[in-house]
Design a protein around this ligand. Structure first.
Ligand SMILES: Cc1cc2nc3c(=O)[nH]c(=O)nc-3n(C[C@H](O)[C@H](O)[C@H](O)COP(=O)(O)OP(=O)(O)OC[C@H]3O[C@@H](n4cnc5c(N)ncnc54)[C@H](O)[C@@H]3O)c2cc1C
Length: 267
């Protein structure tokens, strides 16, 4: 492995200054994706800027009608947080189902959202809840944030500081896990807020996406049967060794039905 510098700034402006000062530097969150990438020689950063010593990034708070989760909050913390469990229990349930205990103890919400793996769980919740990705420079609405496979609208050297989730009246998440990694073969998040319903799907396509036909059906009748009545076109969905596109299309409907059932039960 190529040697690299290691920095542990204690404020976001210091992290930003380091990113700009040291060319080819990378932000380090829990390292769950970044470190294997470096070990495999797929990335050779000249410096790692560790975000772990910036207290501001590890807080969870309610701010008005939103739940605000800091970028460095680990999955295990979201899964067990009393604030999350009382305000948006779906998020605690989602985080509890990520990977295994080692992944949940290191992986962070900011790293997951920045990475935008097509099978990651959080992007579905961020999109379905119409959350805001807050960075050191601006606020990015979820609908404009996830732009493609492992692609986001983050600019070079932009740092996610928190995710601002509007608190929904009901929300549920269901995923069909890959038995090996526990990533979502298909995961569906359904959220209801102010009469509007949003359905976001991860794992099925190259990037998280919404299902407008299912949203309309659920706005008319927020019941599992309404989701089950909507069939998904397999065109453009992922086909790989785990599942073909037709199977994934079928799973979207099945997981959506389960997500609505979870939402109505307050999970
Ligand atoms: C075996 C295994 C199983 C997994 N299973 C699942 C699963 O079931 N579901 C799931 O959703 N995920 C899963 N993951 C992913 C995991 O949950 C992590 O969230 C993900 O790997 C990102 O890791 P991290 O938070 O440690 O970020 P890192 O690996 O440290 O960083 C990832 C990328 O994000 C950038 N970055 C990090 N923080 C910020 C920030 N604040 N602002 C801007 N850029 C930033 C880094 O520079 C890097 O490019 C799994 C991972 C592993 C290894």
């Amino acid at each position: 492995m190529k040697s690299f510098e290691f920095h542990s700034p204690e404020t976001v402006p210091d992290a930003f200054a380091l990113l700009n000062d040291v060319s080819e530097s990378k932000l380090l969150a829990g390292g769950m994706t970044l470190l294997p990438t470096i070990k495999q020689g797929l990335a050779e950063p000249a410096a790692l800027i560790d975000l772990g010593k910036i207290p501001q990034l590890s807080t969870i708070a309610v701010d008005g009608d939103a739940l605000v989760i800091g970028a460095m909050v680990r999955h295990v913390t979201v899964a067990t947080s009393e604030i999350v469990r009382s305000k948006v229990p779906m998020l605690a349930h989602l985080a509890a189902g990520i990977g295994d205990p080692a992944v949940r103890n290191r992986g962070t919400i900011g790293g997951s959202v920045a990475n935008n793996d097509p099978s990651a769980d959080y992007p579905a919740a961020v999109l379905a809840l119409d959350a805001i990705v807050v960075t050191n420079r601006r606020e990015l609405p979820a609908g404009a944030f996830f732009t493609g496979m492992f692609e986001t609208s983050l600019e070079t050297n932009e740092i996610i500081t928190s995710i601002r989730f509007p608190i929904p009246s009901a929300a549920g998440y269901a995923k069909f896990k890959s038995p090996a990694s526990r990533y979502a073969m298909v995961g569906v998040c359904v959220a209801k807020a102010g009469g509007k319903v949003c359905v976001a799907v991860t794992g099925a396509g190259p990037c998280v996406f919404r299902v407008p036909a299912m949203e309309s059906a659920l706005e008319a009748r927020f019941e599992p049967g309404a989701a089950a009545s909507i069939k998904i076109n397999a065109a453009g969905l992922n086909s790989d060794i785990h599942a073909d596109a037709e199977y994934r299309a079928h799973l979207v409907t099945v997981m959506a039905k389960k997500a609505v059932a979870a939402a109505t039960q307050g999970l």
